[in-house]
Design a protein around this ligand. Sequence first.
Ligand code: ZN
Length: 112
Amino acid sequence: MIYHGSCHCGRVAFALEGAVKTAMSRDCSLCARKGVRLSAVSTERFTLLTAPEASTAYHFDGHAVVHRFCKTCGVQPYSEHVAEGVIYINLNCIDSVDGRAIDSAPISERAA
Ligand SMILES: [Zn+2]
C-alpha cells in the first residue's frame, strides 16, 4: 500500500509505503502544542515528492530530530531523526487516513 500526504498548500508532499498502524502515545513538547499525532517509520518507506527547499526546519532536543514544516502554509508534515533512520509522519497530513482514529502505541514500538 502507498499512502500520499502533504502539507495544507501541497508544496511539501510525500509518499509512504506500507501500513500505518500506530501513533506515538508520548507527544513531544512541540507536537503537544501543535496537536500533531506522529507515526514513526523507517526512512526506506518514505519518499519526499517535492523540492526539499519547500520546507524549513526547526531543531530542539539536542538537534537530534529535525522538524520539517512548509515555508508557505506552516504545516509540519513530518520530522526526521537522521541518526536513527526514522521519519515521524504527521498522521493528520496523510490523505485518506483519519489520524485521530489510529490507535496509540508505546514509544518503544516505533519505527516499524
Ligand atoms: Zn504548505
